[in-house]
Ligand binder design. Structure first.
Ligand code: ARG
Length: 577
């Protein structure tokens, strides 16, 4: 049990013993109190409000029943009714010793494993992956890693866009290319898309063939499907190259494309009609949302089938909710999609509940995110105003990181430098994104993300190599370190407490899906380590052997936690820089 949960349960017991009625017992909000490095509870104030009594008196009653013997050194009432808790140093020392030997490296295992579906990355396969796909891919992946580490059953769903009218145009262009050159040559998806689009817009005969191909695809014509499949395979292979570069765990088997729901779509319409949810409107099938209205105050309408019989993005998403909740038996479904699709998701969720695809036991969560901006404050674009390809962005990151290492006069071999450049460059791009509050837009800046100072991946990776170098210098094997960790100096205590808060940080991200909380945690951890390292000599000859061993253990568990935490974010470390 992490410290927060432990304190919470003790508080709950104390409130019950103090005869505070259950319904007046708040969630004990425990703030961390950086001045004391400990905790502060404001539960008495919330309870006093509910009971209409004096908060300081109620705090005193809770304190009288609060059993923190062995855990806290001191408790006190502060201000309008806060309860401050100063944890016991020997207790922290024994906790951090246990922590250092934890087989799960500090990630608490869940008592109630859930089935959690995560919908992320999901590029449109008609085009090449661009920067707009970065956030979904890496945030979804961080959550997948974190929830899996806690012992949940995670089902990744890459809901790629592989269906729709654009594919008619693309396979028509592909047919012509094959006829002309005898083979499929598709080096650059972006150019290919642009060429097809130009032909579609300018050549009426081509446009007619493209539309025919859409009809053929929908009717399951084998020749058209074969062409389509070739195109999709090439596009998927491209995405998989990006996932490998990005260290994103999505594999081929995680693809559950839009087209996989095609057969289910007529059934969705039938069910919506049978429940009286879908009605005909100008030939189309529409669901009117009585509890959501547009700007004019009219009920919002969600079209689920066009008048020509075609289905929509929303129809597929309804089928996907049904599949995820009822076939995959998800307890939670997490969607990592741009905030611009918030209304769409809200409607899909509302209709899914009404039609019975998602019972109240299945939590549907859209974890929306803002846009990546250029340094000019406008959406991130190439100099000529085009979309930035993700592969180009990642290549540039690695080149820039390599330059950084050169400037640093690193004594790594050529091969080691290349590997470090890859980990630093990719890590910097991912971390800069994950470290921002996801709901905001953020400014993409090479200089700040590739800095060795501040809340960046290079800073954390560097902190890790610093600790590793202590071990290289000491000639000690980390495995042979044993014995109790002792916390003598304030900096040691602060570091130990921070280490013990690792699982709280991880758990918070698991629940709320804001990865920046784990980033902030790791940054604070690295900073506290640096303070400890300045204040507490380790290898100096006058340091007692058991003190040295204790400090080495603290260093080792810090390194392990930094590595573990970064790994949960999908970022690699290196032993040397
Ligand atoms: N392919 C979509 C896009 O690029 C994202 C799909 C997100 N997932 C979903 N179930 N709608 O905008």
């Amino acid at each position: 049990m992490n410290i927060r949960d432990l304190l919470n349960s003790r508080f709950r017991a104390a409130m019950t013993a103090a005869k505070i009625p259950e319904h007046c017992q708040p969630m004990v909000a425990l703030g961390k109190n950086p001045q004391h490095g400990d905790y502060q509870a404001n539960g008495a104030m919330a309870a006093a409000k509910a009971m209409k009594t004096n908060p300081r008196e109620l705090a005193a009653q809770i304190l009288a029943h609060l059993d923190l013997s062995g855990i806290a050194e001191r408790t006190e009432i502060a201000g309008p009714g806060f309860i401050n808790i100063k944890l016991s140093t020997p207790w922290l020392a024994s906790q951090v010793t246990t922590f250092s030997q934890d087989p799960h490296q500090g990630v608490e295992q869940t008592e109630k494993p859930q089935t959690i579906v995560i919908d992320y990355s999901a590029p449109n396969l008609a085009k090449e992956m661009h920067v707009g796909h970065l956030r979904s891919s890496i945030m979804g992946d961080a959550l997948a890693r974190i929830l899996e580490a806690q012992g949940h059953r995670v089902i990744r769903q890459n809901h790629v866009g592989d269906w729709g009218t654009q594919f008619g145009m693309l396979i028509t262009h592909l047919q012509d290319q094959v006829a002309l050159e005898g083979a499929v040559k598709l080096a650059d998806l972006e150019t290919f898309y642009r060429e097809s689009k130009v032909r579609f817009d300018e050549d009426p005969a081509f446009a007619t063939r493209a539309r025919d191909n859409v009809v053929k695809l929908q009717a399951g014509d084998p020749a058209a499907l074969k062409m389509w499949k070739q195109f999709i395979d090439i596009s998927v292979a491209h995405s998989e190259e990006i996932y490998a570069k990005l260290n994103v765990t999505l594999t081929h088997s995680d693809i559950h494309a839009e087209s996989a729901y095609n057969d289910a779509l007529p059934g969705v319409i039938k069910t919506l009609q049978a429940k009286g949810l879908a009605v005909e409107n100008q030939g189309a099938q529409v669901v009117f949302m009585d509890d959501m209205s547009d700007k004019e105050g009219n009920p919002l309408a969600m079209i689920v089938q066009k008048s020509d019989g075609g289905y929509l993005y929303a129809t597929t998403d309804l089928a996907a909710v049904d599949y995820r909740c009822n076939r995959l038996k998800a307890d939670r479904v997490l969607y990592f999609i741009d905030a611009r699709q918030s209304l769409h998701m809200k409607q899909v969720f509302a209709v899914s509940r009404k039609v019975g695809y998602a019972s109240e036991h299945c939590s549907l969560e859209h974890h929306a995110f803002g846009t990546m901006m250029g340094e000019d404050g406008k959406p991130f674009k190439t100099r000529s105003g085009g979309t930035v390809k993700l592969s180009a962005l990642l290549d540039e990151a690695v080149i820039r990181a390599a330059q950084l290492l050169k400037d640093k006069d690193s004594d790594l071999s050529q091969a080691e430098q290349e590997e470090a450049a890859r980990k630093i460059g990719i890590g910097a791009v991912k971390y800069a994104d994950l470290a921002k509050t996801r709901t905001n837009d953020y400014i993409f800046s090479w200089d700040s993300m590739l800095s060795f100072e501040g809340n960046t991946a290079p800073y954390l990776q560097y902190a890790y190599t610093r600790i590793k170098s202590i071990f290289r210098k000491s000639d000690l094997d980390t495995e042979t370190l044993t014995g109790q960790i002792a916390l003598i100096e304030e900096q040691e205590k602060a570091l130990a407490l921070k280490l013990l808060q690792f699982s709280e940080a991880v758990d918070q991200v698991a629940r709320e899906a804001y990865p920046h909380q784990l980033c902030s945690y790791l940054y604070e951890l690295a900073s506290l380590f640096m303070k400890f390292y300045e204040a507490c000599p380790i290898l100096r000859s006058d340091v007692e052997p058991d003190v040295r061993s204790s400090r080495l253990q603290l260093s080792q568990v810090t390194a392990q936690t930094l590595k573990r935490g970064l790994d949960l974010l999908g970022i690699e470390v290196m032993e040397r820089m």
